[in-house]
Ligand binder design. Structure first.
Ligand code: GTP
Length: 344
């Protein structure tokens, strides 16, 4: 879609609204973005997925649409570049044209008023006076119409700004874990794109020990609180350019940017000890929780290694930590025989 094609943009916006109505899609910005992308035929894979869903007579429910949003739109500039920006630009330029129109009409009205006044003073040119009055009325009406159109367009323009803001919020939500406020896996991937694989980086994979028992003995909400506390401690121990992530369930990953494995190990130990020191009491029953401990695998990015391999190495070290009785940190090395086990 070319910026500036106002009618076309409005048409697609209308079709997107209609599509949402027909398929009873909840009207939130992210869903609107998916509908808009579908009707504007911009993403063939997204179209294919929606068509397949419809062909198998399944509904376009919130879970399905959210998944499409996450897969195709939340992480890309696509919506911004192809939907909101041209839409906003078109509105702005149309508004500017209308304003020009209205101000030239106002100038014409002012001239005609002067002419009407002069003709009135002369008192002889009744037909000309009538024409002046007719023109004044006609232009007055057209100005009123243009002004009301301007008002509508201003409203639309404000709605676009709000949608942009909400989209940005949805995009942020899609990158952040709501329980802990840490990045989620997707957010981690995004941040990793900014790091050069040529520098020295390390990673921790941290897993809460016997966490199932916490849930089973104290309930899921206490379990959630423990996850939050562990996240908080992890965050407190890392630098602003490091990347702490809730990787899933009770597992965390930290990418320590520009830091060696030895340094990462020191941080891992500090995190482990700080968590082991926690004294938690369940508020309602005043029961003391057993000590919370974590096991940590530590690995360093080696030459020609991908992030996935780095995380796998740290994960293998984590398994070794679990096997060694938990509540410890284990360093991975490329030579697995040289695994160095630390602190218990
Ligand atoms: N409260 C809560 N529990 C979660 C969440 N995500 C995953 N879990 C629970 O975390 C537990 C993980 O259990 P397991 O993978 O068996 O591991 P574990 O009990 O921690 O044992 P080890 O890892 O072997 O030390 C499961 O009971 C999950 O239900 C969450 O967001 N909140």
């Amino acid at each position: 879609m070319m910026p500036g094609s106002f009618n076309q943009t409005m048409k697609i916006a209308e079709q997107a609204k209609e599509f949402m109505l027909v398929h009873q899609i909840t009207p939130v910005p992210s869903h609107y973005a998916v509908a808009y992308c579908y009707v504007s035929e911009e993403n063939l894979l997204l179209i294919k997925k929606i068509d397949e869903q419809l062909a198998s007579k399944k509904s376009l429910d919130a879970i399905f649409i959210d998944a499409l949003f996450s897969e195709f739109l939340s992480n890309s500039q696509n919506i911004e570049d192809n939907i909101f920006t041209p839409f906003g630009e078109t509105l702005t330029s149309t508004l500017a044209q209308l304003e020009n129109h209205v101000s030239s009409e106002k100038a014409t009205i002012s001239h005609l008023n002067k002419i009407g006044k002069t003709l009135g003073q002369l008192g002889e040119y009744k037909p000309l006076q009538n024409i002046t009055t007719f023109l004044l009325n006609a232009i007055g009406q057209s100005t009123a119409q243009h002004q009301s159109l301007s008002t509508e367009l201003y409203k639309a323009s404000e709605e676009v700004s709000q949608l942009k803001q909400k989209l940005e919020e949805s995009r942020q939500e899609a990158l952040i874990d709501t329980l802990t406020g840490l990045l989620n896996r997707r957010g981690c991937d995004k941040r990793l794109q900014a790091l050069s694989l040529n520098n020295i980086h390390s990673s921790l994979v941290i897993d809460i020990d016997h966490f199932k028992k916490v849930n089973d003995s104290f309930g899921h909400s206490v379990g959630d609180k423990v996850i939050q506390l562990v996240a908080k401690i992890i965050k407190e121990h890392v630098a602003p350019d490091d990347i702490p992530v809730r990787y899933g369930g009770e597992e965390f990953v930290v990418v320590l940017s520009n830091k060696s494995q030895q340094f990462a190990h020191t941080i891992a130990e500090k995190i482990r000890l700080a968590i082991a020191k926690l004294k938690l009491v369940q508020r309602q029953s005043k029961t003391q929780l057993p000590p919370i401990t974590v096991s940590i695998g530590v690995a360093e990015l080696q030459n020609n290694m991908t992030w996935t391999t780095l995380f796998n190495n740290a994960d293998q070290a984590l398994y070794k930590a679990k096997d060694s009785g938990r509540n410890c940190c284990v360093l991975a090395s490329i030579n697995t025989a040289a695994q160095l086990e630390l602190a218990n």
